[in-house]
Design a protein around this ligand. Structure first.
Ligand SMILES: NC(=O)c1ccc[n+]([C@@H]2O[C@H](COP(=O)([O-])OP(=O)(O)OC[C@H]3O[C@@H](n4cnc5c(N)ncnc54)[C@H](O)[C@@H]3O)[C@@H](O)[C@H]2O)c1
Ligand SMILES: CC(C)C[C@H](N)C(=O)O
Length: 365
């Protein structure tokens, strides 16, 4: 793999490889863009088949965070970490402490939080070595697990997408196919069930499926069959790239709205959805609740302020649809334009020289 070629393609700033033999840590921190502020993005722990897969995932996820944070109006850039390993068997406190020291060595350029495979407890261990971590336990005045807030944002965004597709934002009686019923999707299903939606669920973890079947009367299907079920809304809430060459023509839903990051394998899949008239709520707009929640810790956490902001994901999704219709472009592109405009305006406003403690002038005491 040509690493610099890959970094150059979307202008990544930095890729950090972290290794600690004693604890087994193998982590990759990707910092995509810090124009607006320090890079904030979670840490994913996953069993990657190859090191190349792990690097590509870190890069894709980090870029997504730049766009997510910019579009959500946060004063933050984008980054992400992947830890190579099985979250069920390979965790130990020394691993997260070693990782925390690597984060500290970046001196605030990167701030972490939870993602797939990591928990509040893991963030608390990282916190023993660095302050550049969010989503730690509420005992520290922090916001805790971001997933329920992410779920609330996805629910709000899904209602906006329903309004766009069906002319009515009620989800009562709608059939919704949920792929992956983990931390975010379980709470999402609670909202959907409460509103009277009919749920079809799948997961590679049978315990997770069973929990949703029992709690919400959901119908369970095999992971490979979720693309073929008849439904109004497809909610991808597992891993990325599930909208791809193999699935795009199998999905019959009029709406795609879910929590997963990087749902489109390639941007051309977003073009196809647009041509087919599928209402796609762009992933990083609809799933921004979690990062809005953890970012609020940087100001002194206030849950009411967070809930107000996350409720507005309905309006952000609507705004993307408006731009898409106005400019005749797919929704993923409309979202990208929104984010890029904000990054560019900040970049321009920072043109003037500003003396700081690192500048050569500071040496002339
Ligand atoms: N947790 C958050 O606050 C947050 C915020 C923004 C985005 N996201 C994204 O939302 C998604 C879900 O996050 P989460 O925190 O709920 O993770 P999670 O690990 O708790 O849940 C993911 C679920 O998907 C299942 N899964 C994995 N591969 C699957 C497959 N091929 N088919 C069916 N099920 C499969 C897993 O078994 C698991 O139950 C991820 O893509 C994550 O990056 C999460
Ligand atoms: C909580 C966030 C910082 C990270 C979250 N996993 C996301 O993708 O947005």
């Amino acid at each position: 793999m040509e690493i610099f070629k890959n970094m150059e393609e979307y202008d990544y700033e930095q890729l950090v490889f972290c290794q600690d033999k004693n604890s087994g840590l193998k982590a990759i921190i990707a910092i995509h863009d810090t124009t607006i502020g320090p890079a904030l993005g979670g840490t994913r722990m996953w069993t990657y088949q190859t090191e190349e897969d792990a690097i590509i995932d870190a890069l894709r996820l980090a870029k997504g965070m730049t766009y997510k944070n910019a579009a959500a109006g946060l004063d933050l850039g984008g980054g992400k970490t992947v830890i190579i390993g099985n979250p069920k068997t390979d965790k130990n406190p020394e691993l997260f402490r070693a990782f925390g020291r690597y984060i500290q060595s970046l001196n605030g350029r990167y701030i972490t939080a939870e993602d797939v495979g990591t928990t509040v407890k893991d963030m608390d261990i990282i916190h023993q070595e660095t302050d550049y971590v969010t989503g730690i336990s509420p005992e520290f005045g922090s916001s805790g697990n971001p997933s329920p807030i992410t779920a609330y944002g996805v629910y709000r965004g899904m209602k906006a997408a329903a309004k766009e597709a069906f002319g009515d934002d009620s989800l009562e009686g709608r059939t919704i196919a949920v792929q992956g019923v983990g931390n975010v999707a379980y709470t999402l299903c609670e909202y959907l069930h409460r509103e009277g939606a009919k749920l079809i669920v799948t997961d590679i973890n049978q315990t997770a499926v069973q929990r949703a079947v029992e709690a919400f009367g959901a119908k369970a299907v095999d992971p490979n069959d979720i693309y073929d079920v008849e439904c109004d809304i497809y909610a991808p809430c597992a891993l990325g790239a599930t909208i791809n060459d193999n699935t795009i023509n199998r999905i019959t839903a009029k709406v795609i709205a879910g929590s997963a990051n990087n749902q489109l394998q390639r941007s051309s899949h977003g073009d196809i959805l647009f041509e087919k008239g599928v209402v796609y709520a762009p992933d990083y707009i609809i799933n921004a609740g979690g990062v809005i929640n953890v970012a609020d810790e940087l100001y002194g956490y206030n849950r009411e302020r967070v809930l107000k902001k996350v409720e507005m994901i309905y309006d952000s999704v609507m705004n993307v649809f408006e731009i898409s219709k106005r400019d005749g472009i797919p929704t993923y592109l409309a979202a990208d334009r929104m984010a890029e405009e904000r990054i560019e305006s900040v970049r321009k406003s920072r043109r003037q020289f500003l003396r700081n403690e690192h500048h050569v002038l500071s040496r002339r005491k």
